[in-house]
Write a protein that binds this ligand. Structure first.
Ligand code: CUA
Length: 649
């Protein structure tokens, strides 16, 4: 293509050149707009993907204050998630225990196309999974693995009433019922590699199940969004690598002028599946969930998955030709327009849902791939937005008739009209924005007040911290005709997508502590008088309580080298914000951080004879430093019997 060479040159400049810092900072007026006085609360929760941290950091908006980090796909030493025995099952997969992932797109649950503040879903890209985070306690409530998939990137976007959460293969892979047939030469890609697009059903309590997968050609599926309004029965998935290249994709997957958006009538597919259509094929995957009654995570292995082949079920999927290796796909609040990111395209294509329906009705096809009709581009495109920046990736909407698109290479946000499809404003970002977020900006009813640019390269925005720098978010006022930069703040991990949720949808439902009475953990100790130590072969179970400012018991003897000790600690406080911690010298895992009314278990294998102190890791009272105890560890052949006490000399 004529523009390929200059584009690559610009790309190279972006990565290897040194952008000079333009002197742009928020004005004093801007400072007032983001100032949240001490003791005052922010207007929005900003849930930002942690990217390769695997977590979900939460920021207040507009202040940019870091409120909390929700552990999701990665162990968290801060509170013991994924280290303690209660939460370890959350990270079980068919590859074994996987304590890390690359988290990408948080998406709030919706009712009638609007955020409802119940849950946030987020996808793991590396070992395909989707998590559901409960916004009553800001904890990961469930993680489901996605079978027959690799690189779960086009995820986790919800349909208008959270009927489904989406997933799709970024990397197509060999698929066969017989595992031996999966052992194929990589050069047989075109023949053997397949993709799947998955629809994960969400139950009334949020419980997830892989309802069905649609078998698709071995392209790379990139991003997704569900339709709304007239298009609410549909979901849209971008793809690239329609060339089906398997090496040097930067060149070999950039040959075709157009790739495709897959438009899927999920309602029709779901109805077919409900009527028994499709085939159950092997698809082992774990579903891990928090048992709220017992306050511990459980894992179940599911062995098969229902698959629909488009050749046998016409009408469930169509390809929309879209220039060129498109990235994001975003549906405007009215549900009429489907905007594709034009990663390698000089224009930003906007498809019309109405025209798509017309083309389907008229069988206005330019071809067919593996039983999937390819609609005629000229018949479905509503407009091509010109001058929308270089390297356009993602679009969000303000609900007032405007769209905002990030341009990665030209480092800017471009505002354009959904009426004229003309650019009306643009603002520089520092430096390379990937996703952007407007609270509710991908729903039927956006709050068109702020926009957050999620920037990939920070360079000189903050004090340097050696070679590794945090990424950066920039808060932009979009309430007027001209966009105005208000604030920038560093973000932990790599923020891909984010969700801004009005605080009033969340604050009133907050759990402040767990009722001790409702704690049905099998190893809970609800009173100090029930605290005890029991030996079971080489296992020693310590049933322990914590309350300001002591553990019961705090002197333990009779443990031997070779034993495995389980400290089951119940925090018997019944007040907000009084966790206790627990750590024992030589423990091969993190601390426990135990919320009031909760039980958490730390496994410890002492290797050497000695007396080992343990202590509370969370500063809980003026006498926190006194909150400690000792475990005596005797030789393997010792006859010291188990004994324990508190407060007796
Ligand atoms: Cu309990 Cu510090």
């Amino acid at each position: 293509m004529w523009w390929s060479v200059p584009l690559i040159a610009v790309l190279a400049l972006t990565f290897y050149g040194c952008p000079s810092q333009q002197n742009l900072s928020g004005s004093g007026d801007a400072a007032q707009k983001v100032y949240v006085a001490p003791g005052e609360h922010d207007e929005y929760y900003g849930m930002f993907s942690g990217g390769y941290s695997g977590q979900l950091p939460v920021y207040g908006l507009p202040s940019g204050r870091h409120l909390y980090t929700i552990p999701v796909f990665t162990q968290s030493a801060t509170n013991g998630y994924g280290y303690n025995e209660e939460t370890r099952p959350m990270l079980m997969t068919t590859h074994g225990y996987v304590p890390w992932d690359d988290a990408h797109h948080p998406e709030g649950s919706q009712t009638d196309g609007e955020l409802d503040g119940r849950w946030v879903f987020m996808n793991a890209n590396n070992t395909p999974r989707i998590a559901r985070i409960d916004l009553t306690n800001f904890q990961t409530a469930e993680i489901i693995e996605i079978p027959n998939s690799a690189g779960n990137h086009a995820s986790s976007f919800v349909t208008v009433n959270t009927e489904y959460v989406s997933a799709a293969t970024r990397f197509s892979i060999p698929m066969d019922e017989n595992l031996e047939n999966m052992d194929v030469p990589i050069s047989s890609y075109a023949e053997n590699f397949k993709g799947t697009i998955s629809f994960i059903k969400v139950g009334d309590e949020g419980e997830m199940s892989v309802d069905f997968q649609i078998l698709v050609p071995g392209f790379n599926y990139d991003l997704s969004h569900a339709g709304k309004g007239p298009s609410e029965d549909w979901a849209f998935f971008t793809s690239y690598n329609s060339e089906e290249a398997h090496t040097l994709l930067e060149r070999n997957a950039s040959r075709n002028d157009k790739d495709f958006i897959a438009a899927i009538n999920w309602r029709k597919a779901a109805d077919l599946v409900a009527d028994g259509a499709g085939e159950d094929i092997p698809g082992e995957h774990y579903r891990n969930y928090m048992d709220h009654d017992q306050q511990l995570a459980k894992s179940e292995l599911i062995e098969t998955v229902r698959v629909l082949d488009p050749e046998e079920h016409p009408g469930i999927i169509y390809y929309l030709p879209t220039p060129k290796s498109p990235h994001g796909v975003d549906v405007d609040p009215t549900g009429r327009y489907i905007v594709a990111g034009g990663k390698l395209s000089s224009v930003l294509p906007v498809h019309s849902f109405e025209k798509i329906q017309q083309a389907i009705e008229n069988e206005d096809y330019e071809g067919e791939i593996d039983g999937i009709p390819v609609l005629n581009y000229e018949s479905i495109v509503q407009a091509e937005v010109e001058n929308a920046g270089i390297g356009t990736l993602h679009t969000e909407f303000d609900g007032n008739g405007y769209a905002y698109t990030t341009a990665f290479i030209s480092s800017e946000i471009v505002k354009w009209s959904l009426e004229t499809f003309e650019v009306v404003d643009r603002i520089d970002t520092y430096y390379s924005p990937g996703h952007l977020m407007i609270p509710g900006g991908d729903t039927r009813n956006p709050d068109g007040k702020y926009l957050v640019a999620l920037n990939k390269i920070t360079k000189d925005r903050y004090l340097p911290t050696g070679p590794e720098l945090f990424h950066s978010a920039q808060l932009i006022d979009i309430s007027g005709d001209k966009m105005e930069l208000l604030l920038d703040f560093p973000t932990d991990g790599e923020p891909h997508y984010a969700q801004g949720i009005r605080a009033d949808l969340i604050v009133d439902n907050q759990i402040r502590f767990y009722e001790l009475e409702g704690n049905n953990h099998p190893d809970a100790t609800k009173t100090e008088s029930e605290a005890r130590v029991e030996r079971d072969g080489n296992d020693v179970h310590v049933y322990m309580t914590s309350i300001r400012s002591h553990f019961t018991p705090d002197n333990i003897e009779g443990v031997k080298v070779g034993d495995t000790v389980y400290f089951h600690l119940t925090n018997i406080e019944q007040d907000w914000d009084v966790p206790h911690g627990f750590a024992v010298m030589g423990a091969q895992t993190s601390e426990l951080l135990v919320m009031p009314g909760e039980t958490r278990t730390l496994e410890w294998k002492p290797k050497k004879v000695g007396v080992y102190p343990f202590y509370c890791t969370d500063f809980c009272s003026a006498l926190h430093q006194e909150m400690q105890g000792y475990v005596r560890v005797s030789p393997e052949d010792s006859d010291v019997a188990i004994s324990y006490r508190t407060g007796t000399e």
